[in-house]
Design a protein around this ligand. Structure first.
Ligand SMILES: Nc1ncnc2c1ncn2[C@@H]1O[C@H](COP(=O)(O)OP(=O)(O)OP(=O)(O)O)[C@@H](O)[C@H]1O
Ligand SMILES: [Mg+2]
Length: 328
């Protein structure tokens, strides 16, 4: 997992600055965002900006059943059958540090009351214990749910919501910050131990796609392409079908618009605004494509040929034909 909170879009730059600032305080933090937008990455970078104690992740969805309270707050010796030893809970483990309540929307109502008490009084009681334990814990909570709605539906306590909602960070979905895609791709590809290059067409399709699973989906997509490919080049056809279909649907829409433009019944036929032809000679397109491929591969002709979808010999012939001199 790449460390740090990657992104150069204005919203991410702003969020990064905000996280740095919030990290100095003590109030609870609520991180909102669709699935896969980086809520855990944001929580960890908040902790890393001011690391004290431990970062203790608590998966609220797994806190179910008779032992859930003991998981969170620990239990005293002999407090229930089988409790032969006293046990510390996650809250105590996070003492002096951060307790990260992941998917807080899934926290059972009984535990929501108890968490609220910790936030108000900074102390709790372990299961079966009469003693109160003081804790100094910073609570960071995250959810992909709309907590206002959960409150209205009676699934989330309003008092806890208000307590958590003071400092709020909302992560934008990837489709609203597509300029971060190339940077994320670059970071992820750099973690695979060898050099990979994403074909232009594949990158175009990625930029067009809407990424409902956000960064997690982007990462999974690259993982799969790297796994199934057999060379350094990750071509368009290795993309997941969902993305290929999305790109094709987009192209069909563009073609349909173009066709409509040529329809004699179309009252708005296309015209060349400046009267000049927009057609570029094929030889010029070829020359540019070759130049770009060699630039991108830092002169590696084998990979450049793969990127261009031609054989190495053809590339050599064209280099000669266009009298292109390449510094390697
Ligand atoms: N800004 C980022 N920079 C680098 N990697 C990121 C960034 N945001 C997310 N990731 C990566 O995307 C994946 C999903 O991130 P994370 O688990 O933090 O998302 P989440 O919002 O908690 O998702 P979920 O709701 O599915 O739990 C992880 O592999 C994480 O490393
Ligand atoms: Mg998560």
């Amino acid at each position: 997992m790449p460390t740090g909170f990657v992104g150069r879009s204005p919203r991410i730059v702003q969020i990064r600055a905000r996280i740095e600032q919030i990290a100095q305080g003590k109030t609870p933090v609520l991180i909102l965002g669709e699935s896969g937008t980086g809520k855990e990455v944001a929580a960890r970078s908040l902790y890393n900006a001011n690391p004290r104690g431990q970062f203790v992740p608590i998966d609220c969805g797994s806190l179910v059943g008779p032992l859930m309270e003991s998981e969170l707050f620990g239990h005293a010796r002999h407090s229930f059958t089988g409790a032969n030893e006293a046990k510390k809970g996650l809250m105590e483990l996070a003492h002096g540090g951060v307790a990260f309540f992941d998917e807080i929307g899934d926290l059972p109502l009984e535990l929501q009351v108890k968490l609220l008490r910790v936030l108000q009084e900074h102390e709790f009681r372990a299961v079966g214990s009469l003693q109160r334990t003081r804790v100094d814990v910073r609570v960071i909570a995250a959810t992909h749910r709309n907590l206002e709605k959960e409150v209205k539906a009676g699934r989330f306590r309003e008092d806890l919501f208000h307590r958590l909602n003071v400092t709020r960070v909302t992560l934008p979905p990837l489709r609203e910050r597509k300029e971060d895609i190339p940077l994320l791709v670059e970071r992820f590809l750099a973690t695979y131990g060898r050099r990979y290059i994403l074909a232009h067409e594949a990158m175009d399709a990625m930029m067009a796609y809407d990424w409902p699973g956000n960064i997690r989906e982007l990462k999974n997509c690259l993982d799969r392409m790297v796994d199934s490919g057999d060379g350094p080049l990750l071509p368009f056809m290795e993309l997941p079908t969902s993305i290929i279909n999305f790109a094709r649907a987009g192209r069909t829409a563009i073609a349909a618009t173009a066709a409509a433009a040529h329809d004699p019944m179309n009252p708005f036929p296309p015209g060349l605004a400046d009267g000049a032809s927009k057609v570029v000679p094929l030889s010029e397109l070829e020359r540019r494509a070759i130049g770009e491929a060699l630039l991108e591969t830092k002169g590696d002709r084998t990979i450049a040929a793969q990127l261009l979808g031609i054989g190495r010999t053809t590339l050599y012939r064209k280099l000669k034909e266009y009298q292109m001199v390449v510094e390697v």
